[in-house]
Design a protein around this ligand. Structure first.
Ligand code: S3P
Length: 438
């Protein structure tokens, strides 16, 4: 087994604001005439890029204190076309959700782009349904940069072939911007923050099942007061660290606990982890609480397909936990991982193999036999301490952070090739982690 070298007696931390909710707080503020107030906003590259993009259309931004902003919109019909290209950096959520909103705004012309990683990611998943609504949206080989001419869109019924909150939210925002109706169905529920924020502003969704709803105008867009809790996707790194401590626990305060996001808790618990929830409450239509992860012994557990959308972003760090599980670790039905900031199946498989760990790769996941049988721990340790190992992070924040957690809990000599990507979602991650090592 890879050794666990780190202990901590009851350390308490908080993590930055939820990335999904931060993007959405900008987009709902853009749609609502007047001044919306946001607190807990994630001041990381991804949501800051979304904020900046809409400032080019007329959104006024006033920063009150760290994470607290006033967003003043002239109302959706008084926005103007941006003079410059809108750059969403590394953010799939930023570009896909904004594309929906802009495609539904009559008279707005915009060009949306992003970094090298974003320009490789599939956009046909939004281009196809938006075009079917009558939108004008084009990208070479269906990739960014995307050219959009906003239009009044038609009522639309869509059964999504993938459980993607980005696709769902893109179409919902297009319907809202265009004041048209949308009936949307997905096979497995993807994160439902857009639905929650929509209802928080006083709108209604008519559900025929938990994964099938209809929305119909007129919509209410009143400037809101949005409170963003800590991001469970960021908390996940410290929850796994807490579970993998030799002894002790970690308390992560003020974390969003939306049921469509808590797959990481379910999976860790199924693997034998002790995670306690304290101080549960509801803020802005979203459940929130404090999470305490206690040093635990882990074992293999099947991760069911229906949990995948609710832990899709946490699979790299869950895999690090899985390296310490008796009986090994497997993730399947997760082909969507190949369409993230990097191909996360390849990224995890390549890096783990490079450490001497046996991994079976599949189209939709991978399997890691128990470390006792796949790699001799003393050999692994000796090899790494002699040579060290480079981690290829592939422009992907979550790959970088996952291996930094592995390094912290195991003491293995791992060096990520680049860590600047962490700024897209979790500024301060490395110093928070260092706090555990001192
Ligand atoms: C997100 C949805 C998910 C997730 C991403 C954030 C969102 O993507 O991976 O990090 O905020 O809607 P998909 O919708 O592509 O699964």
């Amino acid at each position: 087994m890879i050794p666990r070298v780190l202990s901590s007696s009851g350390r308490e931390i908080s993590v930055p604001g939820d990335k999904s909710l931060s993007h959405r707080s900008v987009l709902f503020s853009v749609l609502s005439k007047g001044t919306s107030r946001v607190s807990g906003f994630l001041e990381a590259e991804d949501p800051l890029n979304t904020m900046k993009a809409f400032s080019h259309l007329g959104l006024k931004i006033e920063k009150l204190s760290p994470g607290s902003y006033l967003f003043t919109s002239p109302g959706k019909s008084s926005l103007h076309s941006p003079k410059e290209e809108l750059d969403f950096g590394n953010a799939g959520t930023g570009i896909r959700l904004s594309a929906g909103l802009l495609a539904g705004l009559s008279g707005i012309n915009a060009r949306l782009t992003g970094d090298h990683s974003l320009q490789k990611r599939p956009m046909s998943r939004i281009i196809k349904p938006l075009s079917a609504m009558g939108a004008s949206i084009h990208g070479k080989e269906d990739k960014a940069p995307l050219e959009i001419q906003g239009k009044k869109l038609s009522p639309f019924v869509y059964k999504s072939p993938i459980a993607s909150a980005q696709v769902k939210s893109c179409l919902m925002l297009a319907a809202m911007a265009s004041e048209t109706s949308l009936e949307y169905e997905e096979e497995i529920l993807s994160r439902d923050h857009t639905e929650n924020m929509f209802r928080f502003l006083g709108n209604k969704l008519q559900y025929s099942s938990p994964t099938h709803f209809k929305m119909e105008p007129p919509y209410i867009f009143e400037a809101g007061d949005f409170k963003v809790p800590g991001d469970i996707s960021s908390a996940a790194f410290f929850l796994v660290l807490g579970v993998l401590l030799k002894e002790g626990s970690v308390l992560v305060k003020n974390v969003g606990l939306n049921p469509s996001r808590v797959g990481i808790l379910k999976a860790l618990e199924a693997m034998g982890a002790k995670i306690l929830i304290h101080n549960e409450r509801v803020e802005c239509g979203e459940p929130v609480g404090d999470l305490e992860a206690v040093s635990s012994n882990l074992y293999f557990s099947d991760i069911p397909e229906e949990w995948i959308p609710s832990l899709i972003d946490e699979i790299p760090i869950l895999t690090i936990a899985g390296l310490f599980a008796k009986g090994g670790f497997a993730i399947r039905h997760a082909e969507e991982l190949r369409a993230k900031e990097s191909d996360r199946i390849t990224a995890m498989v390549e890096n783990l193999r490079n450490l001497g760990i046996l991994v079976h790769e599949y189209k939709d996941g991978y399997e890691i036999p128990e470390q006792n049988s796949s790699a001799n721990s003393s050999e692994l340790q000796a090899w790494l301490s002699g040579k060290g190992a480079k981690i290829s992070t592939k422009m992907d924040h979550r790959i970088a952070m996952s291996f930094l957690v592995l390094r912290a809990v195991s003491g293995l000599d791992l060096t990520p090739d680049e860590t600047s990507w962490i700024e897209t979602s979790f500024p301060g991650f490395e110093s928070l982690l260092k706090g555990f090592l001192s």
